[in-house]
Design a protein around this ligand. Structure first.
Ligand code: SF4
Length: 377
């Protein structure tokens, strides 16, 4: 099984915390779609003919800025080239203010069966603080409209630790999210990435990050409320009702192959990783001009080990010790089993059925544990 990813690097306005590659450049959307289709045909052999596509994902940026005819062109090309599994998960990311009844009515005949809505907060105050372009009401309406138009697999993105947000505020956000009868939640702690407007505000002393203790309390509240509401915690930042894990993201975490199309999109075939140029203009020029539009690295055994450990430790299933022994040889498995001991002794890692996974205590310092378990140069 393999996945397809389409990167739509357009936004109507930039959010204050975002460091993804996107541009406010709607004038390029039409030509960009045609270029993605050209790339898709040019790279049709990246996935083997025998491989069935089990998930298709439109991420961004803001895929909900595309119109029906854009998606139709892409799906036409996809169906010409690949075999899509009849149960494939087909997702698009949407901003709440785009997800109106009119828009959903326009796209209702497209093959999407999952929508991921970038809500981030249900409070106008916090949305404004990070320059999100929608309102709390639009967020709630978007979920309802998606349901009205038949979506039975709805995911919502939330951010905790927004400027000025307290534990009580975050609890209210979670209450609202769980009251919406959705199937999936992705929740991330706010980070102040270098160079973003939010980072600049912090440098100027206009905003202060939420302290670590409160961030931890917010995360633990999320774990508790997810459990109380019957959501399984299947990856550090992801929670799903039974049967609604994101198949696309699970593919990434399980080392499946994926073909990423579009500016700044990444691809992976288990042997190498490649990433397209992060510039809409250069991407269009180079694809159309038959020039190189990506960089590529061949993965060493160490890269593969690091990648496996980093991704597997983030998931509820954790690291498969037998897989480490079988696939990475003596040197890497010795390193893994020697270094994991201290985390087991301090109850940050639990073991069961020949697997190692993070405990709630371990999740709070997951970045530090993962970086210690990886092998540096
Ligand atoms: S809409 Fe999403 S991709 Fe665009 S700036 Fe905001 S967070 Fe970044």
């Amino acid at each position: 099984m393999a996945s397809l990813y389409f990167h739509i690097p357009f936004c109507k306005q930039r959010c204050a915390y975002c460091d993804f590659y996107t541009e406010v450049a709607p004038q390029f959307i039409d030509i960009y779609i045609d270029t993605m289709i050209a790339e898709l045909y040019a790279r049709r052999d990246y996935l083997l003919q025998s491989e069935t596509v089990s998930s298709v994902y439109f991420g961004g940026g803001t895929p909900s800025l595309l119109r029906t005819q854009h998606f139709e062109k892409i799906f036409y090309a996809v169906n010409q080239i690949f075999t899509i599994d009849k149960n494939a998960e087909i997702t698009f990311e949407a901003n709440p203010d785009d997800l109106t009844a009119d828009y959903l009515s326009e796209i209702k005949n497209l093959p999407f069966n999952r929508v991921s809505i970038g809500i981030q907060s249900f409070s106008d105050r916090f949305l404004r603080a990070v320059n999100r372009r929608h309102s709390a009401k639009q967020a709630i309406d978007a979920v309802q409209f998606a349901k009205d138009y038949g979506f039975e697999n709805i995911s919502v993105d939330l951010i905790f630790g927004l400027p000025g947000q307290t534990l009580k505020d975050w609890t209210a956000e979670l209450k609202m999210a769980f009251s919406l009868d959705i199937q999936h939640i992705s929740a991330y702690g706010l980070t102040y990435e270098d160079g973003t407007p939010l980072w600049k505000s912090r440098m100027l002393g206009n905003v202060a990050p939420t302290n670590e203790q409160t961030m931890n309390q917010m995360y633990l509240r999320l774990l508790q409320m997810a459990e109380n509401n019957g959501f399984e915690h299947y990856e550090i930042s992801n929670f799903a009702q039974q049967g609604f894990r994101s198949q696309h993201n699970c593919g990434y975490w399980k080392n499946s192959k994926y073909l990423g199309i579009g500016a700044a999109a990444h691809s992976f075939d288990r042997v190498s990783r490649q990433w397209n140029v992060a510039s809409i203009k250069k991407y269009i020029e180079n694809v159309k001009g038959n020039k190189t539009f990506f960089e590529k690295e061949i993965l060493t055994e160490k890269d593969k080990y690091n990648e496996y450990v980093m991704l597997a430790l983030r998931t509820a299933e954790g690291v498969d010790c037998e897989y480490i022994n079988k696939h990475f040889g003596r040197e890497f498995s010795d390193y893994f089993f020697k270094n994991i001991q201290k985390f087991i002794l301090t109850e940050k890692i639990k073991t069961a059925e020949n697997r190692c996974f993070l405990t709630p205590k371990g999740i709070l310092i997951s970045n530090a544990i993962i970086s210690e378990m990886m092998i540096s140069d």
